[in-house]
Write a protein of this length. Structure first.
Length: 204
């Protein structure tokens, strides 16, 4: 079972409206990382405000951006998705706007399980659903890159005004996400703008 991002966000928003006062919330500075290596108490992360990057370190100097998290999105312990990269996954704060704090609800796994057992809001959101949702997202992105459909994906997201392309995210992270150079990313933005103008003229 895989729920859409919108469906999960609705469930999480309802959950927070009832239980946010029982949760620990932490604020992170720009580009501060949340590491999971050696973590004794695995946690569920729910974004309260800001933008966070999901990524992994391929080498000490190379990064792969797998996705981004926005308000009310939930991230489960990465080791449950990719066991080969337990210590290499990271969740990084990348919002650089003073008016938007990078804040996260951090829920120990045992506390989350307790909520799932007692709150009917979360009946449709067991760990397996969160796991499948993120795994499918990462696998889809990998497949699109391998099949050289990056420009097609970018164009679709641009036309839909996807938050990844419209939230002030640093272009280096967006380029990592699509697996392209910054110069190629800029070219895709230029092409998308031109195509949009041509489409508007054609409709007139």
């Amino acid at each position: 079972m895989v729920l859409s991002i919108a469906e999960i966000k609705e469930i999480i928003t309802n959950f927070l409206s009832k239980h946010s006062n029982k949760l620990e919330c932490k604020v992170y500075e720009y580009e501060e990382k949340i590491h999971r290596e050696g973590e004794q108490t695995p946690k569920i992360y729910i974004i309260k405000e800001g933008v966070f990057r999901i990524g992994k370190l391929d080498t000490p100097v190379s990064n792969t951006t797998l996705g981004f998290c926005f308000e009310s999105q939930v991230i489960i312990p990465m080791q449950s998705i990719h066991n080969d990269y337990i210590s290499l996954f990271e969740l990084k704060s990348i919002e650089n706007n003073i008016s938007n704090c990078n804040s996260v609800y951090e829920i120990p796994l045992e506390q989350w399980k307790s909520f799932v057992e007692k709150d009917e809001t979360l009946e449709t959101l067991p760990m397996s659903v969160l796991h499948n949702n993120l795994s499918k997202l990462f696998n889809l992105l990998t497949t699109l890159r391998q099949n050289r459909k990056t420009e097609e994906l970018f164009s679709k997201m641009y036309n839909e005004e996807h938050p990844i392309l419209n939230s002030g995210i640093n272009e280096k992270y967006i380029a990592e996400y699509f697996g392209v150079s910054i110069s190629f990313l800029r070219q895709m933005f230029t092409n998308a703008r031109l195509n949009k103008k041509i489409t508007k003229k054609t409709k007139k």
